[in-house]
Design a protein around this ligand. Sequence first.
Ligand code: NAD
Ligand code: UDP
Length: 312
Amino acid sequence: MEKRVLITGGAGFIGSHLCDRFIAEGYEVICMDNFITGTPDNIAHLVGHPRFKFLRHDVSNYVYVEGPIDYILHFASPASPIDYLKLPIQTLKVGALGTHNLLGLAKAKKARLLLASTSEVYGDPLIHPQTEDYWGNVNPIGFRGVYDEAKRFAEAITMAYQRYHGVETRIVRIFNTYGPRMRAQDGRVVSNFINQAIRNEPITVYGDGSQTRSFQYVDDLVEGIYRLLLSDETEPVNIGNPDEISVLEFAQEVIAWTSSQSEIIFQELPSDDPKIRQPDITKAKTKLGWAPQVRREKGVALTIEYFEKSLR
Ligand code: NAD
Ligand code: UDP
Protein backbone atom coordinates (compact mmCIF):
# COMPACT_ATOMS: atom_id res chain seq x y z
CA MET A 1 0.00 0.00 0.00
CA GLU A 2 1.21 3.50 -0.84
CA LYS A 3 1.61 5.94 2.04
CA ARG A 4 -1.18 8.54 2.18
CA VAL A 5 -0.41 12.20 2.79
CA LEU A 6 -2.90 15.00 3.42
CA ILE A 7 -1.66 18.42 2.29
CA THR A 8 -3.76 21.36 3.51
CA GLY A 9 -3.32 24.53 1.48
CA GLY A 10 -2.32 22.20 -1.34
CA ALA A 11 -3.67 24.52 -4.05
CA GLY A 12 -1.45 27.36 -2.88
CA PHE A 13 2.03 28.32 -4.01
CA ILE A 14 4.11 26.06 -1.72
CA GLY A 15 1.38 23.43 -1.18
CA SER A 16 1.08 22.70 -4.90
CA HIS A 17 4.84 22.11 -5.17
CA LEU A 18 4.55 19.72 -2.21
CA CYS A 19 1.72 17.87 -3.98
CA ASP A 20 4.03 17.45 -7.00
CA ARG A 21 6.88 16.17 -4.85
CA PHE A 22 4.80 13.60 -2.96
CA ILE A 23 3.19 12.36 -6.19
CA ALA A 24 6.69 11.99 -7.69
CA GLU A 25 7.80 10.03 -4.60
CA GLY A 26 4.94 7.54 -5.09
CA TYR A 27 2.58 8.70 -2.30
CA GLU A 28 -1.18 8.95 -2.50
CA VAL A 29 -1.88 12.67 -2.10
CA ILE A 30 -5.04 14.22 -0.70
CA CYS A 31 -5.00 17.95 -1.32
CA MET A 32 -7.38 20.04 0.80
CA ASP A 33 -8.02 23.71 0.12
CA ASN A 34 -10.82 26.29 0.12
CA PHE A 35 -9.15 28.50 -2.55
CA ILE A 36 -9.21 31.56 -0.28
CA THR A 37 -5.77 32.56 -1.59
CA GLY A 38 -4.94 29.54 -3.77
CA THR A 39 -6.20 28.59 -7.20
CA PRO A 40 -7.30 25.43 -9.05
CA ASP A 41 -4.74 26.35 -11.76
CA ASN A 42 -1.90 25.32 -9.42
CA ILE A 43 -3.14 21.72 -9.26
CA ALA A 44 -4.91 21.43 -12.65
CA HIS A 45 -2.06 19.25 -13.98
CA LEU A 46 -2.61 16.72 -11.15
CA VAL A 47 -6.36 16.33 -11.54
CA GLY A 48 -7.10 12.86 -12.94
CA HIS A 49 -3.86 11.36 -11.59
CA PRO A 50 -4.79 8.03 -9.97
CA ARG A 51 -2.90 8.89 -6.75
CA PHE A 52 -4.24 12.46 -6.46
CA LYS A 53 -7.48 13.51 -4.81
CA PHE A 54 -8.80 17.02 -4.14
CA LEU A 55 -11.17 17.93 -1.30
CA ARG A 56 -12.56 21.46 -1.15
CA HIS A 57 -12.86 22.34 2.52
CA ASP A 58 -12.17 25.11 5.03
CA VAL A 59 -9.92 23.43 7.63
CA SER A 60 -11.01 25.90 10.33
CA ASN A 61 -14.13 23.71 10.43
CA TYR A 62 -14.08 20.06 11.53
CA VAL A 63 -11.95 18.02 9.13
CA TYR A 64 -13.14 14.61 8.00
CA VAL A 65 -11.05 12.33 5.78
CA GLU A 66 -11.99 8.74 5.07
CA GLY A 67 -9.40 5.96 5.45
CA PRO A 68 -5.87 5.89 6.83
CA ILE A 69 -3.47 8.84 6.75
CA ASP A 70 0.28 8.53 7.35
CA TYR A 71 1.33 12.17 7.11
CA ILE A 72 -0.39 15.55 7.39
CA LEU A 73 1.33 18.65 6.04
CA HIS A 74 -0.56 21.66 7.37
CA PHE A 75 0.11 24.54 4.96
CA ALA A 76 -3.32 26.16 4.84
CA SER A 77 -3.08 29.85 5.77
CA PRO A 78 -3.01 33.19 4.00
CA ALA A 79 0.72 33.94 3.84
CA SER A 80 1.35 37.20 2.06
CA PRO A 81 1.06 40.37 4.16
CA ILE A 82 -1.65 41.88 1.92
CA ASP A 83 -3.64 38.64 2.14
CA TYR A 84 -3.54 38.34 5.90
CA LEU A 85 -4.24 42.04 6.40
CA LYS A 86 -7.36 41.56 4.23
CA LEU A 87 -8.27 38.28 5.98
CA PRO A 88 -7.29 38.83 9.63
CA ILE A 89 -9.97 36.65 11.26
CA GLN A 90 -9.59 33.80 8.75
CA THR A 91 -5.82 33.91 9.32
CA LEU A 92 -6.20 33.66 13.10
CA LYS A 93 -8.80 30.91 12.73
CA VAL A 94 -6.80 28.72 10.39
CA GLY A 95 -3.67 29.06 12.55
CA ALA A 96 -5.58 28.26 15.74
CA LEU A 97 -8.75 26.27 14.96
CA GLY A 98 -7.38 24.77 11.75
CA THR A 99 -4.21 23.57 13.45
CA HIS A 100 -6.28 22.17 16.34
CA ASN A 101 -8.54 20.27 13.92
CA LEU A 102 -5.58 18.78 12.04
CA LEU A 103 -3.82 17.77 15.25
CA GLY A 104 -7.04 16.04 16.27
CA LEU A 105 -7.09 14.25 12.93
CA ALA A 106 -3.41 13.29 13.33
CA LYS A 107 -4.18 11.86 16.76
CA ALA A 108 -7.18 9.87 15.49
CA LYS A 109 -5.31 8.52 12.46
CA LYS A 110 -1.95 8.05 14.24
CA ALA A 111 -0.45 10.25 11.53
CA ARG A 112 2.65 12.44 11.75
CA LEU A 113 1.85 16.14 11.34
CA LEU A 114 4.24 18.73 9.92
CA LEU A 115 3.27 22.35 10.64
CA ALA A 116 4.21 25.16 8.27
CA SER A 117 5.45 27.86 10.61
CA THR A 118 7.33 30.97 9.64
CA SER A 119 10.26 33.27 10.30
CA GLU A 120 7.55 35.73 11.39
CA VAL A 121 7.53 33.99 14.79
CA TYR A 122 10.79 35.94 15.33
CA GLY A 123 8.94 39.21 14.53
CA ASP A 124 11.27 42.21 14.14
CA PRO A 125 14.26 40.25 15.45
CA LEU A 126 16.74 41.54 17.99
CA ILE A 127 19.29 38.86 17.20
CA HIS A 128 20.83 38.22 13.80
CA PRO A 129 20.86 35.74 12.12
CA GLN A 130 17.86 34.05 13.73
CA THR A 131 18.47 30.73 15.47
CA GLU A 132 15.65 28.40 16.48
CA ASP A 133 16.20 29.10 20.18
CA TYR A 134 15.39 32.82 19.75
CA TRP A 135 11.93 33.59 21.18
CA GLY A 136 11.18 36.56 18.96
CA ASN A 137 10.07 40.16 19.14
CA VAL A 138 6.43 40.30 18.05
CA ASN A 139 3.83 43.04 18.49
CA PRO A 140 0.73 41.00 19.39
CA ILE A 141 -1.72 43.84 18.64
CA GLY A 142 -0.05 45.19 15.48
CA PHE A 143 -1.48 44.53 12.00
CA ARG A 144 0.93 41.66 11.40
CA GLY A 145 0.03 40.18 14.81
CA VAL A 146 -2.87 38.24 13.26
CA TYR A 147 -0.41 36.12 11.31
CA ASP A 148 2.54 36.05 13.70
CA GLU A 149 0.48 35.17 16.76
CA ALA A 150 -1.61 32.59 14.87
CA LYS A 151 1.60 30.83 13.90
CA ARG A 152 3.01 31.12 17.42
CA PHE A 153 -0.19 29.60 18.81
CA ALA A 154 0.01 26.89 16.12
CA GLU A 155 3.53 26.01 17.27
CA ALA A 156 2.44 25.96 20.94
CA ILE A 157 -0.52 23.65 20.35
CA THR A 158 1.56 21.42 18.11
CA MET A 159 4.14 20.99 20.89
CA ALA A 160 1.32 20.39 23.39
CA TYR A 161 -0.15 17.58 21.25
CA GLN A 162 3.33 16.11 20.92
CA ARG A 163 3.98 16.26 24.67
CA TYR A 164 0.54 15.42 26.07
CA HIS A 165 -1.00 13.20 23.40
CA GLY A 166 2.17 11.66 21.96
CA VAL A 167 1.31 12.84 18.43
CA GLU A 168 4.36 12.79 16.16
CA THR A 169 4.95 16.34 14.99
CA ARG A 170 7.47 18.38 13.00
CA ILE A 171 7.67 22.18 12.72
CA VAL A 172 9.30 23.99 9.82
CA ARG A 173 10.02 27.72 10.17
CA ILE A 174 9.98 28.91 6.59
CA PHE A 175 11.87 32.04 5.54
CA ASN A 176 10.80 34.15 2.49
CA THR A 177 10.25 31.72 -0.37
CA TYR A 178 9.61 32.52 -4.03
CA GLY A 179 9.14 30.77 -7.34
CA PRO A 180 6.61 29.78 -10.00
CA ARG A 181 2.93 29.69 -8.91
CA MET A 182 3.17 32.73 -6.68
CA ARG A 183 0.26 35.00 -7.56
CA ALA A 184 1.27 38.03 -9.60
CA GLN A 185 -0.96 40.16 -7.35
CA ASP A 186 -0.04 38.62 -3.99
CA GLY A 187 1.80 41.79 -2.94
CA ARG A 188 4.98 40.04 -1.86
CA VAL A 189 8.21 41.70 -2.81
CA VAL A 190 9.46 39.11 -5.32
CA SER A 191 6.19 38.88 -7.27
CA ASN A 192 5.62 42.65 -7.11
CA PHE A 193 9.08 43.62 -8.35
CA ILE A 194 9.19 41.04 -11.16
CA ASN A 195 5.71 41.92 -12.42
CA GLN A 196 6.37 45.65 -12.20
CA ALA A 197 9.69 45.21 -14.03
CA ILE A 198 8.35 43.11 -16.90
CA ARG A 199 5.56 45.67 -17.43
CA ASN A 200 8.06 48.56 -17.21
CA GLU A 201 6.00 50.00 -14.35
CA PRO A 202 7.56 51.77 -11.33
CA ILE A 203 9.16 49.42 -8.79
CA THR A 204 7.60 50.14 -5.38
CA VAL A 205 10.25 50.05 -2.66
CA TYR A 206 8.70 50.49 0.79
CA GLY A 207 10.60 52.75 3.19
CA ASP A 208 14.16 53.49 2.10
CA GLY A 209 14.71 49.87 1.04
CA SER A 210 17.43 49.28 3.63
CA GLN A 211 15.42 46.47 5.29
CA THR A 212 16.79 43.06 4.42
CA ARG A 213 15.35 39.68 3.50
CA SER A 214 16.91 36.33 2.56
CA PHE A 215 15.12 34.71 -0.37
CA GLN A 216 14.85 30.99 -0.90
CA TYR A 217 13.80 29.22 -4.10
CA VAL A 218 10.79 26.93 -3.66
CA ASP A 219 12.59 23.71 -4.76
CA ASP A 220 15.09 24.12 -1.92
CA LEU A 221 12.26 24.55 0.58
CA VAL A 222 10.43 21.45 -0.67
CA GLU A 223 13.60 19.38 -0.27
CA GLY A 224 14.07 20.69 3.29
CA ILE A 225 10.45 19.92 4.20
CA TYR A 226 10.67 16.41 2.76
CA ARG A 227 13.82 15.68 4.78
CA LEU A 228 12.38 17.17 7.97
CA LEU A 229 9.16 15.16 7.70
CA LEU A 230 11.09 11.89 7.49
CA SER A 231 13.64 12.89 10.15
CA ASP A 232 13.53 12.42 13.94
CA GLU A 233 13.73 16.16 14.66
CA THR A 234 10.74 17.05 16.84
CA GLU A 235 11.60 20.71 17.52
CA PRO A 236 11.32 23.62 15.05
CA VAL A 237 13.83 23.84 12.20
CA ASN A 238 14.59 26.94 10.10
CA ILE A 239 14.51 26.32 6.37
CA GLY A 240 15.71 29.30 4.36
CA ASN A 241 18.53 30.65 2.26
CA PRO A 242 20.94 32.79 4.33
CA ASP A 243 21.86 34.85 1.26
CA GLU A 244 20.66 38.21 2.63
CA ILE A 245 20.03 41.33 0.53
CA SER A 246 18.42 44.72 1.06
CA VAL A 247 15.09 45.37 -0.63
CA LEU A 248 16.61 48.27 -2.59
CA GLU A 249 19.47 46.14 -3.92
CA PHE A 250 16.97 43.45 -4.84
CA ALA A 251 14.94 46.01 -6.84
CA GLN A 252 18.11 46.92 -8.74
CA GLU A 253 18.87 43.25 -9.46
CA VAL A 254 15.38 42.61 -10.80
CA ILE A 255 15.60 45.67 -13.09
CA ALA A 256 18.95 44.44 -14.42
CA TRP A 257 17.85 40.81 -14.88
CA THR A 258 14.67 41.78 -16.76
CA SER A 259 16.39 44.55 -18.79
CA SER A 260 13.52 46.73 -17.60
CA GLN A 261 12.93 50.45 -18.17
CA SER A 262 11.28 50.71 -14.73
CA GLU A 263 12.25 53.43 -12.29
CA ILE A 264 12.36 52.87 -8.52
CA ILE A 265 9.82 54.79 -6.43
CA PHE A 266 9.71 54.90 -2.62
CA GLN A 267 6.47 54.34 -0.71
CA GLU A 268 5.50 54.25 2.94
CA LEU A 269 6.91 51.35 4.99
CA PRO A 270 4.10 49.14 6.38
CA SER A 271 3.91 49.06 10.20
CA ASP A 272 5.99 46.49 12.09
CA ASP A 273 7.87 45.58 8.90
CA PRO A 274 10.90 43.58 10.14
CA LYS A 275 14.18 45.47 9.53
CA ILE A 276 16.39 42.44 9.07
CA ARG A 277 15.86 38.75 8.44
CA GLN A 278 18.33 35.95 7.88
CA PRO A 279 18.04 32.31 8.90
CA ASP A 280 20.71 30.50 10.83
CA ILE A 281 20.53 27.09 9.14
CA THR A 282 23.12 25.24 11.22
CA LYS A 283 20.42 22.94 12.58
CA ALA A 284 19.04 22.00 9.14
CA LYS A 285 22.58 21.39 7.90
CA THR A 286 23.59 19.17 10.79
CA LYS A 287 20.32 17.34 11.49
CA LEU A 288 18.94 17.04 7.95
CA GLY A 289 22.08 17.29 5.82
CA TRP A 290 20.23 20.06 3.97
CA ALA A 291 21.49 23.30 2.45
CA PRO A 292 19.98 25.49 -0.28
CA GLN A 293 21.27 24.79 -3.79
CA VAL A 294 19.59 27.41 -6.01
CA ARG A 295 21.29 30.79 -6.25
CA ARG A 296 19.12 33.90 -6.41
CA GLU A 297 20.10 34.72 -9.99
CA LYS A 298 18.95 31.28 -11.19
CA GLY A 299 15.77 31.15 -9.07
CA VAL A 300 14.72 34.65 -10.02
CA ALA A 301 15.34 33.87 -13.72
CA LEU A 302 13.01 30.84 -13.47
CA THR A 303 10.39 32.99 -11.72
CA ILE A 304 10.67 35.76 -14.35
CA GLU A 305 10.14 33.11 -17.03
CA TYR A 306 7.01 31.88 -15.24
CA PHE A 307 5.47 35.34 -14.92
CA GLU A 308 6.38 36.25 -18.53
CA LYS A 309 4.62 33.09 -19.75
CA SER A 310 1.52 33.78 -17.66
CA LEU A 311 1.30 37.29 -19.18
CA ARG A 312 1.10 35.83 -22.71
P1 NAD B 1 -0.62 30.61 -0.47
O1 NAD B 1 -1.57 31.70 -0.09
O2 NAD B 1 -0.22 30.50 -1.89
O3 NAD B 1 -1.17 29.20 -0.01
C1 NAD B 1 -2.00 29.00 1.10
C2 NAD B 1 -3.10 28.03 0.69
O4 NAD B 1 -3.91 27.75 1.84
C3 NAD B 1 -4.04 28.62 -0.37
O5 NAD B 1 -4.25 27.68 -1.41
C4 NAD B 1 -5.33 28.90 0.41
O6 NAD B 1 -6.47 28.84 -0.41
C5 NAD B 1 -5.28 27.80 1.46
N1 NAD B 1 -6.06 28.11 2.67
C6 NAD B 1 -5.99 29.22 3.44
N2 NAD B 1 -6.87 29.13 4.46
C7 NAD B 1 -7.50 27.93 4.34
C8 NAD B 1 -8.49 27.25 5.09
N3 NAD B 1 -9.03 27.80 6.18
N4 NAD B 1 -8.88 26.02 4.67
C9 NAD B 1 -8.34 25.45 3.58
N5 NAD B 1 -7.40 26.05 2.82
C10 NAD B 1 -6.99 27.28 3.20
O7 NAD B 1 0.66 30.80 0.46
P2 NAD B 1 2.06 30.02 0.49
O8 NAD B 1 3.12 31.01 0.29
O9 NAD B 1 2.00 28.83 -0.39
O10 NAD B 1 2.12 29.57 2.02
C11 NAD B 1 1.80 28.25 2.42
C12 NAD B 1 2.14 28.07 3.89
O11 NAD B 1 3.53 28.31 4.12
C13 NAD B 1 1.38 29.00 4.83
O12 NAD B 1 1.01 28.28 6.00
C14 NAD B 1 2.39 30.06 5.17
O13 NAD B 1 2.15 30.64 6.42
C15 NAD B 1 3.69 29.28 5.13
N6 NAD B 1 4.85 30.16 4.85
C16 NAD B 1 5.09 30.64 3.60
C17 NAD B 1 6.17 31.49 3.38
C18 NAD B 1 6.52 32.03 2.02
O14 NAD B 1 7.52 32.73 1.88
N7 NAD B 1 5.78 31.72 0.97
C19 NAD B 1 7.00 31.85 4.45
C20 NAD B 1 6.70 31.35 5.71
C21 NAD B 1 5.63 30.50 5.91
N1 UDP C 1 8.29 45.36 -0.10
C1 UDP C 1 8.61 46.44 -0.91
N2 UDP C 1 7.86 46.65 -2.03
C2 UDP C 1 6.83 45.84 -2.40
C3 UDP C 1 6.52 44.73 -1.58
C4 UDP C 1 7.27 44.53 -0.43
O1 UDP C 1 9.55 47.20 -0.63
O2 UDP C 1 6.21 46.12 -3.44
C5 UDP C 1 9.11 45.12 1.10
C6 UDP C 1 8.33 44.93 2.40
O3 UDP C 1 8.07 46.17 3.02
C7 UDP C 1 9.28 44.07 3.21
C8 UDP C 1 9.97 43.20 2.14
O4 UDP C 1 9.79 43.89 0.91
O5 UDP C 1 10.26 44.85 3.83
C9 UDP C 1 9.39 41.80 2.03
O6 UDP C 1 8.01 41.89 1.91
P1 UDP C 1 7.06 40.65 1.65
O7 UDP C 1 5.67 41.17 1.58
O8 UDP C 1 7.54 39.87 0.48
O9 UDP C 1 7.22 39.68 2.92
P2 UDP C 1 7.61 39.84 4.46
O10 UDP C 1 9.00 39.33 4.54
O11 UDP C 1 7.53 41.28 4.88
O12 UDP C 1 6.61 39.00 5.14
